[in-house]
Design a protein around this ligand. Structure first.
Ligand SMILES: [Zn+2]
Length: 473
């Protein structure tokens, strides 16, 4: 949908905002300010950005709490707009840290906050300072417009999402009272534009995939390299990895993924639409396989329908004249909710089918092993967020009305910090709340990251109206 078509839809909602906020593109302006504060992680220093946010929220009557972490420059920022307490709070969470840049590959200053040709450029424009700006501007507008609230509206700007140590899981251990809410918004699904610039679909994530590392260890005879034997651990490992390279796990569609693929089926043309419908509905294994092969040409779609297998480390050998007795690879899995690591170990072992190769979880007595065990435990507790809530319904309705495109649940292909809430049973809905093209999406975590100004302002309207429905009296 082009902007001119949107104006009749947006005008009634724009007017109260415009009355209180003279800036033409308040969210884009705020995003540019946020990008100028370099929060690359590492080191992920969020404290200066949170001082800036405090200066914007405090004068409008928000309760501010800046939570320090043991790492000096990292803080979490809460701004709470009080309601009358008849309903439990709604929370909007966004991470303030960003991944680093390869500066020489950018054509603009990644921390310049450049506004050019209808876009805001800079690291984090998509992930997730753009969302932080949309959420912040929506919540600030509630205060500027003196909207009476039934529930507290909590805005949270987080540290360490792109790192690990002092993220929301850390925060939840000591400050759960600040984060507790009936439901929450976070990063996650997408508002995807087609080649014609129209929004094709809106996905709202209700679950994330989890990460799990397994070790593949080959054993052989350790001996002098001048007299090689047939049982070289490195060759055995190489053969095992070659089998994994030729193998792929079966599709495993949870309800949100089924809904997602059916939505894609409705918004695409044959033969692609047939592949989507066959993947979900066909009982013919050959048709399902054919659909899987075709759909899997898109790495994202390949990933969200299965447990993915990615080798990430190799470890073998220590001298040029010694054949090592063992060789080890670390395989990173991104798993569908409900996957038991023991099933994966059994599956991999049978694919490799070599008694000299063992598949195992990292030992529990290392830091990595302990983290893996904790991750696995948390992943086992996570179930997709239910969608029969006022927040999901309001978000879906407003997104659908604004962008005239179908809305679907979605399994996010990676992890986010939503686990801190989902593991306690609090529903979290993920969205990057701005229409984005496939081309611009590849710039996320890449070079010349950018987001359209028009998309930011539309997204702010969607979130603002969602909050009005969910929290206003
Ligand atoms: Zn992110």
């Amino acid at each position: 949908m082009r902007f001119s078509q949107l104006i009749p839809v947006l005008l009634p909602a724009l007017m109260p905002l415009a009355a209180a906020e003279p800036a033409a593109h308040p969210t884009a302006d705020l995003l540019a300010e946020l990008i100028k504060i370099d929060t690359s992680n590492p080191p992920g220093r969020s404290a200066p950005l949170h001082e800036l946010l405090a200066s914007k929220f405090r004068p409008l009557g928000f309760e501010i709490a800046i939570i320090p972490t043991p790492d000096g420059g990292k803080t979490h920022f809460f701004a709470r707009l009080k309601g009358d307490g008849t309903k439990r709070p709604v929370l909007l969470a966004a991470h303030s840290d960003v991944v680093g840049v390869e500066r020489e590959k950018w054509t603009l200053d990644p921390f310049g906050g450049t506004i050019k040709d209808g876009y805001v450029y800079g690291r984090g424009a998509i992930d997730f300072k753009g969302g932080l700006a949309v959420f912040a501007e929506s919540v600030l507008s509630l205060a500027r417009n003196h909207v009476p609230l039934h529930r507290d509206v909590i805005f949270l700007s987080e540290a360490d999402e792109e790192g690990a140590t002092y993220n929301t899981n850390w925060l939840a251990q000591s400050h759960w009272d600040q984060m507790d809410c009936e439901f929450a918004l976070n990063e996650g699904g997408w508002v995807i534009k087609g080649a014609d610039e129209k929004v094709r679909y809106i996905s709202i994530s209700t679950a994330d995939k989890s990460g799990l590392n397994l070790l593949v260890t080959a054993k052989g005879t350790s001996t002098h390299s001048s007299m090689p034997r047939p049982d070289s651990a490195i060759f055995i490992l190489a053969k095992a990895l070659a089998k994994l390279a030729d193998y792929d796990t079966q599709p495993k569609l949870i309800p949100s993924t089924r809904e997602f693929f059916l939505t894609l089926g409705k918004t695409s043309q044959p033969p692609q639409s047939d592949y989507f419908f066959n993947l979900v509905n066909s009982t013919d294994p050959q048709l399902v396989h054919e659909a899987d092969v075709e759909i899997s040409k898109d790495p994202l779609l390949h990933a969200i329908m299965r447990n993915t297998i990615a080798p990430v480390f190799l470890n073998a050998g220590f001298r040029g004249n010694v054949i090592p007795g063992s060789a080890q690879a670390t395989i990173n899995f991104r798993t569908i909710p409900g996957t038991d690591p023991r099933e994966l170990i059994t599956e991999l072992s049978s694919v490799i089918d070599d008694p000299r190769v063992e598949v195992s979880q990292p030992p529990f007595n290392t830091a990595e092993g302990a983290r893996a065990v904790e991750n696995t435990r948390q992943a086992a507790r996570l179930t997709p967020s239910r969608v029969d809530t006022d927040l999901y319904r309001a978000l879906a309705r407003n997104a659908q009305a604004t962008w005239s495109a179908p809305v679907t649940q979605y399994l996010f292909q990676a992890g986010t910090d939503a686990g801190a809430w989902r593991s306690r049973g609090v529903p979290v809905y993920g969205i990057y709340p701005y229409p984005i093209s496939g081309g611009d999406l590849t710039r996320m975590h890449g070079n010349d990251e950018r987001v359209p100004i028009e998309s930011l302002e539309q997204g702010t309207q969607v979130i603002y109206k969602t909050l009005l429905e969910v929290a206003a009296q």
